[in-house]
Design a protein around this ligand. Sequence first.
Ligand code: SF4
Ligand code: SF4
Length: 331
Amino acid sequence: MSQARKKAKIAIYWLGACGGCDSAIVDLGGSLLELAEKVEIVLWPAVLDFKYDRIRSLADNELALTIMSGCVRNSEHREMAELLRAKSRLVLACGACACFGGTPGLANLRQKGDIVSWVYGDAPTVVNPEGERPQPTCRVNGAELRLPAFYDHVHALHQVIEVDYYLPGCPPPVDLLLGAISALLSGKLPHRGSTLAPQKPLCDSCPRAASKPARLEIRTIHRCHEVEVDPTDCFLAKGVICLGPATRGGCGGTCLAANTPCRGCFGPVEGVRDAGARFLSSLAALIAPEDDEKLRELLEAIADPAGYGCRFTQPVSILGEQSCADDNEEE
Ligand code: SF4
Ligand code: SF4
């Protein structure tokens, strides 16, 4: 048997993804080259041209690991997720989209028909005088062409297949990514279903936390472009919504370092079912209006509560979670 055939086989695959998680893997740099020496990468569409038939020809469980990024939005995503699950001993949900549905999940706040109408008709940049819409099947020169069916909802990966481990972030930071891949390939694993990131909330490691008063009361709310917050000040203490108290730490505080509040891409801390609901309830406890009129002003200043609370997690939110089985593939 050749040396190459003895190497552990791995796949890296994107579903409904922007490619940022693949870029994070490329950012492993020298460590990626070392990894490539030790394993055989049999699928990585973002970087290398492999054919799906190669994956179909593998035995079940032949892949040591599949790293899957992106959400499940159409029938091709589901088909590939199920195929790779069958061929893999371990599946890592990589990035906020795979773990929670991610920013594409905000589309669940709209009806599928409204999204299609906007993208193919109503958006001011669209030129489509015939009102063409993509169809799951069509005939071109006598041949039948198929497009993936667009689902009614966006789904996180575990809502479609079994997931062994989770690595959140948008994208996941390189240090956690390298640690996760090394642990998964070496077999030094925490219990199945674990999130391979710290368990404590971001506030616990935030350098701005020192400026957060012990008893925080919010009397005004600003959007982050409306005020300039000193780089050492806690955003919440200045009335700028920051999801640090309800979000798992481990991101390295990249947004905070750029003077931008946390938006929650690491998802909820351990044991919390719904990051958005947790944040909104804790925010409600901190709001200290002087009277009903001030309370109304404060609530109206939160321009997009669902967008703030569920920016990365709507598909797994207790508010409107949808089963993939409910999706209609026929339209
Ligand atoms: S988690 Fe972020 S970086 Fe990764 S695919 Fe989704 S949007 Fe892109
Ligand atoms: S609320 Fe935001 S800025 Fe304040 S300590 Fe927590 S993470 Fe840091």
